[in-house]
Design a protein around this ligand. Structure first.
Ligand SMILES: [Zn+2]
Length: 242
């Protein structure tokens, strides 16, 4: 994730797509698993005409290799959820998408991000499974295993954008809005200690670790999104403290 600043009222595009610029000129750019090796950023000064020349910057984006795991010969029922489950999954993902699109103007992320939980990292960002030849969605987050009931701390200031008691995959699910389109998601918890609309401060207990939803043991799935783009939380939080 990159933070940028332009004169209030200036406009910014990344790869031709307009970026949300806050009233104070602050903006965020995020690079996902599929970011190209070179990205063009364009800027137009406040009040310039639509076709006025834009200031252009190019950025080289470091490329990473991601773990791909192929598993074949699984029983069909294990790979494809039934119609009732598909219906629930669709409703869950619509609710998550809505929460991620809130994009409030207040930049609550400026203090940086801390790890919400320390423990054993059991899943990393970007890995993907191919089950019976069908590629699944890449894992856009990190998994941290810890005992059931371990408190989870808000990694940065935010506003609670979503609380859901029982999602198909993610069980008890919480989304925090950190402003400018940046959100973070917490899944599989045993208890959620905050309510939708509530403001939280970095370090506050927001929930406890569990294994609700599809989980084989108590752990936190932690994801960070900028709009619809899934970022690697480990790059935001840095090295996990012991
Ligand atoms: Zn996960």
């Amino acid at each position: 994730m990159l933070r940028g600043h332009v004169a209030p009222g200036a406009r910014v595009w990344v790869e031709g797509a307009a970026v949300k610029v806050a009233p104070d000129g602050g903006f965020l750019i995020g690079f996902s698993r599929t970011a190209p090796p070179r990205v063009t950023i364009e800027m137009a000064a406040p009040g310039t005409l639509q076709d006025a020349p834009r200031v252009t910057h190019t950025l080289d984006v470091g490329q990473r290799d991601y773990e791909i795991q192929r598993i074949d010969g699984l029983p069909d029922a294990q790979v494809s959820p039934g119609p009732a489950a598909l219906d629930r999954i669709a409703r869950d993902s619509a609710a998550i998408k809505t929460a991620r699109l809130r994009a409030s103007d207040t930049p609550l992320f400026t203090g940086g991000f801390h790890w919400p939980l320390t423990g054993t990292m059991t899943g990393i960002y970007g890995s993907q499974r191919i089950l019976n030849g069908a590629p699944r969605s890449p894992h856009l987050g990190v998994d941290i295993a810890a005992p059931q009931g371990t408190p989870l701390l808000a990694p940065a200031d935010g506003v609670v954008a979503l609380v859901h008691d029982d999602m198909f995959f993610t069980g008890k699910t919480l989304i925090l809005d950190h402003g400018h389109g940046l959100t973070s998601v917490y899944a599989h918890m045993s208890h959620i200690r905050v309510e939708e609309g509530e403001s939280v401060t970095a370090g506050q207990v927001i929930a406890t670790v569990g294994q609700s939803g599809r989980a084989t043991g108590p752990h936190l799935h932690w994801g960070v999104h900028l709009g619809g783009v899934g970022l690697d939380p480990a790059l935001l939080a840095g090295t996990m403290p012991p």
